[in-house]
Design a binder for this molecule. Structure first.
Ligand code: ADP
Ligand code: MG
Ligand code: MG
Length: 533
């Protein structure tokens, strides 16, 4: 029986934790101390709110949920209340966003750097090799991208010992949750304000999160730059995508033709809070009346191969429609390319005049090997002139090593728990931790194979463990967890003119502290927001 059937109660599961590992250091607010009646109420309200506001994902238990919208939906896995996070490091992460955007753009233009950096990886990693082949082909035909669009997410963890904000990785393709994460922030603000007295928390300390509207806005601006009013935005999707509502939030915003409809609820909330009246509010927040009226289509790579062609003027046409912007929410992992058809589609798109988000160069710039190369001394300086910017970026770099660094490998074998081994993959679940690091390194050494070039080594970051309440499938769990903060950012330029370069909201992901990986879609983590301290 579902916990949401009457009476509206949620079952609370308390996981046994090892206090020696999980000793939270003075959490500002301990949700484990909330009495269970209040927890029931909060969970109930959170689940109703999620259903009413589209904070939903396709339910794995329903077969058609990934294929037919509106079938088999379940609330997104969430943390019941926001996680405290220091304001200083929050500001730091926001400040880094435009600098990383600029860096990605500059690196993407240096074809030699990309090819050289990935040359050894290419030999042993078939997936990276195929991407590089497309990149080489574009060099051969002299393809230039005048209009460049990046919708990135830079992920960080706060290292407990040093209190440093350290970057986990920079995602340049298919960044997930810009559509849903802003809803989690709004949900948390709503709960905090409804339950202000018993919780004693201030809703304004959850930063406003504009991820969906900002990403839609910049996609809309890119569409405008393309300058063909009848062209569409095409979202490249995985067949059977269960996180489709996250994507639909962006395209629904882009399609919106009339102001107020989509924002009605948010506007009401802001108006009530701001006391400025609707017109004053709209004047100072022009994005609230900005509508895009852009048609969006969704296609899988296989469909694009079957229905896509390039016209003589370079226009990319799919199923009879000209495509202005291609927004990838697929194509980042080898399983997205089960046959040659999908690779043909990727090449065709790259050859076309459509704006690619990301282009093949932006995609390669987001690989872990490039991240490791950029962390070497004097490499950032090749791409950024401003010394302060270079210093700010370097400050958030964790230890990163190539496997041809014999000292690093020796240290990692000696102390594997201090390292993470990463292949050139995205989407979670691919890294190697703990004793497996040692075993893998020893095996590679013994075999003397070139396979080592497929990996990088990274310093393992240990964030503070804190008590939290997670809600998944209508069941809440009292857990000890760690968090990873993602900052969304958008970059759009047309030749020499930078049209957008900004922070676009955030994603907080919280995972049970005993889990190594942190993917929400992969089932390791939940969506969260932050409470500034
Ligand atoms: P992916 O591109 O697959 O998301 P990540 O580099 O983000 O790869 O790694 C996946 C997850 O592994 C992260 O979300 C994080 O939870 C964990 N992780 C990655 N690097 C580190 C690290 N250096 N220290 C601790 N945890 C890490
Ligand atoms: Mg990634
Ligand atoms: Mg990641």
């Amino acid at each position: 029986k579902s916990p949401l059937n009457s009476p509206p109660k949620c079952s609370i599961k308390q996981t046994k934790t090892n206090p020696s590992i999980n000793s939270p250091k003075n959490p500002v607010f301990d949700p484990h101390t909330i009495d269970s009646e209040l927890v029931q109420k909060l969970v109930h309200d959170a689940l109703v709110w999620s259903s009413l506001h589209g904070l939903v994902v396709g339910d794995r238990n329903v077969k058609r949920s990934g294929l037919v919208p509106g079938v088999g939906m379940v609330h997104a896995p969430i943390a019941l209340l926001p996680n405290s996070f220091p304001e200083v490091q929050w500001n730091q992460a926001c400040e880094l966003a435009p600098i990383f955007n600029e860096l990605v753009d500059q690196v993407s233009l240096d074809a030699t750097f990309l090819q050289d950096t990935l040359s050894r990886t290419k030999k042993v990693d078939a997936f990276t090799s195929r991407l590089l082949d497309i990149h080489s082909r574009m060099l051969q035909i002299g393809k230039k991208e005048d209009i460049r669009l990046g919708l990135h997410r830079s992920d960080y963890m706060l290292d407990e010992k040093t209190n440093l904000l350290l970057q986990i990785e920079l995602n340049t393709i298919s960044c997930s949750f810009p559509g849903l994460s802003c809803l989690v922030s709004e949900l948390h603000r709503t709960l905090l304000s409804h339950y202000r007295k018993p919780l004693g928390l201030e809703s304004q300390k959850v930063p406003i999160n504009t991820s969906a509207s900002k990403f839609a806005e910049v996609l809309g601006k890119a569409w405008t730059e393309y300058n063909n009013p009848s062209a569409v935005v095409m979202v490249v999707v995985q067949p059977g995508e269960r996180n489709m509502y996250d994507q639909h939030w962006l395209t629904a915003t882009l399609k919106e033709r009339y102001p107020f409809l989509l924002y009605f609820i948010d506007i009401r909330l802001i108006v009530i809070r701001s006391n400025r009246g609707v017109f004053g509010l709209l004047k100072s927040n022009p994005e609230l009346i900005n509508t895009h009226n852009v048609t969006c289509i969704r296609k899988t790579l296989a469909e694009i191969e079957a229905q896509g062609k390039i016209l003589s003027d370079g226009t990319f046409q799919v199923d009879g429609e000209a495509v202005a912007v291609i927004y990838f929410r697929a194509g980042y992992t080898p399983t997205d390319y089960p046959s040659e058809s999908e690779w043909k589609a990727r090449l065709l798109m790259e050859e076309s005049a459509a704006i690619k988000c990301p282009s093949i160069s932006y995609h390669l710039t987001g690989t872990k090997k490039v991240q490791q190369e950029l962390a070497k001394p004097n490499v950032l300086e090749r791409f950024l002139e401003n010394k302060d910017d270079v210093a700010k970026l370097r400050k958030c770099f964790a230890g990163l090593w190539s496997l041809d660094d014999l000292d690093a490998v020796k240290n990692a074998i000696h102390q594997p728990e201090g390292y993470v081994m990463k292949p050139q993959r995205e989407g979670g679940g691919n890294n190697i931790y703990g004793d497996d690091v040692k075993e893998t390194l020893l095996r590679l050494q013994k075999e003397g194979s070139e396979e080592e070039a497929a990996y990088i080594l990274m310093q393992r970051i240990f964030p503070t463990v804190f008590p939290t309440v997670l809600v998944r499938d209508g069941i809440c769990y009292k857990e000890h967890a760690v968090s990873e903060l993602g900052i969304f950012s958008a970059y759009l330029r047309n030749k020499e003119t930078v049209i957008s370069n900004e922070q676009c909201g955030y994603l907080m992901r919280t995972k049970v502290s005993s889990s190594n990986e942190g993917g929400v879609a992969a089932g390791f983590a939940v969506l969260d927001s932050l409470y500034l301290t």
